[in-house]
Each structure stands twice: as C-alpha cells, then as structure tokens.
Design a protein around this ligand. Sequence first.
Ligand code: CA
Length: 228
Amino acid sequence: MAKILIVEDEPKIARFVELELKYEGYEVELAGDGRTGLDKALHAGVDLVLLDIMLPELSGIEVCRRIRMESELPIIMLTAKDDVTDKVAGLDIGADDYMTKPFAIEELLARIRVALNRHSKKSAQRKLEVLEFGKLRLNLSSRSAYYGEEELSLTKKEFELLEYLLKNKNVALNREQLLNNVWDYEYFGDTNVVDVYIRYLRQKIDDKYGIHLISTVRGVGYIIKDET
Ligand code: CA
C-alpha cells in the first residue's frame, strides 16, 4: 500500500487525516513543519504528499517548489483559506491538486486515489522507454544514463535536459523552448540557466569522452545531431 506524507502543523488535522488514511490501509509519515516535510518527501520513500500551505520554517509553496526540482512525487496542497492566489501558485509550481480546509475526508481520499493512479500510469509508460544515441543510453524508468558501460552521474535537471535534446534530435532547439519544457516555471524568463546546464552536460559527456554530442546553433540554441 502507498505511503503518504502529511505535512501539517496543526496536530488535530494531522492526527485526523492520519487515522483516516491508516483506516484505508495507507502507511503514513508525519511532518509538522516545512523543512522536515521537504526532507521526508525526498528521503523517506513516500508515494504522495499532502502539503499544507501555511507552515513554519518553509511555506508549503516553497516545499512544493523544492520537491519538484528533484521529484515527480504527487503533491496535493491543503489550503486553510479559500485563497485563489495560493491555489494558483501551488498548481503553477507543480502541485497535482489542492483541497480547501475544512474538507470532506471522502473527497480527499478520492483525490489521493486519482493522483496515485495518474502517477503510476506515468511511471508505467516510462518503464518501456530507453533512449539510445551512439554509445549514449538513457533509461527513462530508472532515470539513469550510460556512456558505453559507464554510468554517468547526472543531476535530475541535467538528465531531463539531455532527455529532451535526445527526444528532439536533429531539431535546433532555442533556449526558451528548452526552458519551458525542461524547467517549467522555475526559471521563468531567465534563459542563462540553459547555457549553464549545457555546459555541465558537455563537461560530463563531450569533454570526458572526447566526443561532440551537443552542438551550438548560432543565434538559435542547441542541437544533438546524428552524424552525417
Ligand atoms: Ca498550517
């Protein structure tokens, strides 16, 4: 059964949701502040996060943003007030859904099931996928990359950038496209981050193995081209 993390600083609500989830058969982890919540979301092997917005240490919005830099874990935001700004902010930075407190537990349970299903379908699709280019191999299910037999140590964003370039090989991609597709909203408008990550990839692949994988297209952006 799935393990659910509740990040909530109001003990009564946390306890209530915990009992209901356990009754449904879920395993439950608790965190009473944003920092602990972020840590558990990334390191406690959880399958879904229920994330309050108004939290001590780190706000729910910030926790959500930081989880999304590392993971696609489903996140349902819990908003205390009926605040449209918070909801929009939450969804913009990658939350899957939100609920306004007080909520009916049946509705929360239904939304948890939907989010878990959607996520496992996405993962199942990923499992089938391996991208290959010359000696380079990207396993999209395990998110691991190899050059020949050697595993490359890529960060999540480096991996995603390489994945996007390979899926669009032989197409010149401009920085805005890369930013929109690989970073979503995190660095809105700041295309320098693309150049920085291209440099990281070149250090880890081109320079290391003495190949020319990623080409610069002057005035446009970047491309991975089949050798001609
Ligand atoms: Ca709160």
